[in-house]
Design a protein around this ligand. Structure first.
Ligand SMILES: [Zn+2]
Ligand SMILES: [Zn+2]
Length: 272
């Protein structure tokens, strides 16, 4: 399995999970032409995708849907609520006349070599989900928009070797920052976005003692900094008694294909 970050943050979210020549795109929140270019850079031209998984209807997750040609057979998986939300982009309903597969939240679907399970998350969309994607004995968890770290997330996070998890804001930067009051309240609410500290606590409650890779996702450009987010997580690991470097922590770039993950040869040999 290989995972490539394409974009992360409120200006757009997308990543590719590839295995044995098949690939899934998780969210398509980058303008279509740019998204198509990023996909080619990642080694998966849009026409070669097996499916697109959608977490929810907010524009930073769906605005690039036309990177996949209209009329293509590539299916879009989403919750029934996300389909019902019927989002628009560029004046058109983005999922109209596209092959949509409704995946009830909490269920598992097989897509080629991938087993895809969706999990509910608390966020201000219609029926928002995160995903656990498994293939060839490996697993990646993708949870990018969630207001609160709920206990049912422990299972997918503990099973994944790569954890893509939101670290949206530093609480001090948010509350002292330039956002209007109502927007600060929205971001910090249980249906908003996960703070660095809440992300760090969730990881500490969930991860084994070592060997995981964590990608911090959906950082706010206004209310966060790469070093503050990764520092908060590393500090929490330290307080929980984990040794330095037990887990690899990286911040997803706002855009670009420089961040990739694949299981190490040693892990593959051990089959863990
Ligand atoms: Zn959202
Ligand atoms: Zn988002």
């Amino acid at each position: 399995m290989q995972v490539t970050s394409l974009a992360s943050g409120s200006s757009g979210n997308a990543l590719v999970v590839a295995h044995e020549g098949r690939a899934l795109l998780v969210d398509c929140g980058v303008a279509p032409r740019r998204l198509a270019a990023l996909l080619r850079e990642a080694g998966t031209p849009p026409a070669e995708l097996s499916a697109v998984l959608i977490t929810h209807e907010h524009s930073d997750h769906i605005v690039g849907v036309n990177a996949i040609a209209r009329g293509s057979e590539i299916p879009f998986y989403m919750s029934p609520g996300t389909r019902r939300a019927n989002p628009f982009a560029g004046g058109a309903a983005v999922f109209a006349s596209r092959p949509v597969v409704e995946q009830p939240v909490g269920s598992t679907r097989s897509i080629g070599p991938f087993e895809v399970t969706s999990f509910p998350v608390s966020h201000d969309g219609t029926e928002v989900c995160g995903y656990l994607i498994e293939a060839g004995g490996r697993a990646v968890a993708v949870f990018t928009d969630l207001g609160v770290a709920e206990p049912h997330l422990h299972e997918p996070l503990s099973r994944a070797e790569l954890i893509v998890i939101e670290a949206n804001h530093d609480e001090g930067l948010l509350w002292n920052g330039p956002y209007p009051w109502h927007l600060k309240r929205r971001v910090a609410s249980p249906r908003g976005h996960l703070s660095n500290v809440a992300c760090a606590e969730l990881l500490c409650d969930t991860l084994p003692s070592d060997g995981r890779e964590v990608w911090l996702a959906h950082l706010s450009r206004t209310n966060n900094r790469d070093q503050i987010a990764s520092g908060a997580v590393r500090h929490a690991f330290h307080l929980y008694g984990m040794r330095d470097g037990a887990h690899t922590v990286r911040v997803m770039p706002a855009q670009g294909t420089t961040l990739r993950w694949q299981p190490s040869a040693r892990q593959l040999a051990l089959g863990i």
